[in-house]
Every structure is written in C-alpha cells, then in structure tokens.
Design a protein around this ligand. Sequence first.
Ligand code: AMP
Length: 192
Amino acid sequence: MLTIVLFGPPGAGKGTQAVRLAEKYKLMHLSTGDIFRANIKGGTELGKLAKSYMDKGDLVPDEVTIKMLESEVNRSSNAQCFIFDGFPRTTAQAQTLDTFLAGKNISITLTLALEVDEEELTRRIILRGKESGRADDQDENIVRNRVKEYNNKTAPLKDFYSKQGKLKNIPGVGSIDDIFEKLCFEIDKMKE
Ligand code: AMP
C-alpha cells in the first residue's frame, strides 16, 4: 500500500504533479489548499475562516486544518492509498497525521520534496496568478509571506521525515514530464 506526501514550497509544482501521480498509482488525492478554496467558493463557515488567513498568505491554524483533513480521509472510507498535497505544513500536523493514519493501519511510504529556489518560486506564482486568478498568487507581498511561512514552519518537516528515513529530495526544475519521471522513479524504487 502506497501513501505519499508531496512536499515543497508554494509554486514548486505540487498540485500539477500530485494529480498525475494520483492517476498513475491510483491514489486518493487530498489537497488542503483545494479543499479550502472549494469551501470559500461554497461560502461555508470553514471557507470564511480559512480565507481570512489565506488572503494574507498565513497558514490556516492547525486545529482547523487537521480537523478538516481527518474528516476528508474519513469520508474516503474505501481508500487505503493517499497522496497528500500541501499537508502536513507544520510539525503538529505531521505528528497528528502519523497517529491518525496509524489508527487506520496506514503509514506514509515516502515524502517527496520538490526543491525550487525562491526567486523562481515567486516568478512562477505571479505567472500562475495571472492565469488562474487566485488572489493569493497575484500580490508579491502575499507570495513572499507564503514563502516565509514555508521556510519558518514547513521546511523543518524535512528533518522530521528524514529522521524517519522517508524523505527524498527532487529538483523541481525542468519540464513537468521530467520532474514527473523523477518522482515516479523514486516511488517505483520504494515499491520494489
Ligand atoms: P496551497 O494551495 O497549497 O498553496 O494553499 C493555499 C493556502 O491555503 C496556503 O497559503 C494556506 O493559507 C492554506 N493552507 C493550505 N494547506 C494548509 C495546511 N496544511 N496548513 C495550513 N494552511 C494551509
């Protein structure tokens, strides 16, 4: 059974690659950013709360994010294999995820970390903002804050997964196909 965490700073290409990996390996794709955006669109209370953080480029508080993720996993009761995209983003989220999955006899197989330098990230996100209309992609100050949040709160998770022997760093530059191939190579190696 395969469960992947796709890890990396905003703009590293997690969403694009997660969709492709989910299809190839038959994984349930859970993107906390997508779920928050769907809630904002639907005008839910959760959406309103999440928006107040997302609009500033801040992380949504752990209690809110963890509760939402757990209910999404529970809703997909038939799935045993997941790809988490944009979750976990803090040590508290990672610890809770381990415990929560253990309760379901699931463990993370591999954490794939896409690495892209900061200038390239900002450039990509601003470009994406022009195409997607995502508000948090269009303002350079918000983008820089998201990268800062990543460096302060999320990057330390590399250590967390490295200590578990589960971390693989993948250069997130080059074509989408090239990066996809590198990710698949690591997954296939793990499955052997
Ligand atoms: P993303 O689409 O993954 O770039 O996420 C967009 C925004 O949603 C982030 O800037 C955060 O405000 C929020 N968000 C998404 N995932 C998480 C998470 N795991 N923890 C906290 N906030 C999150």
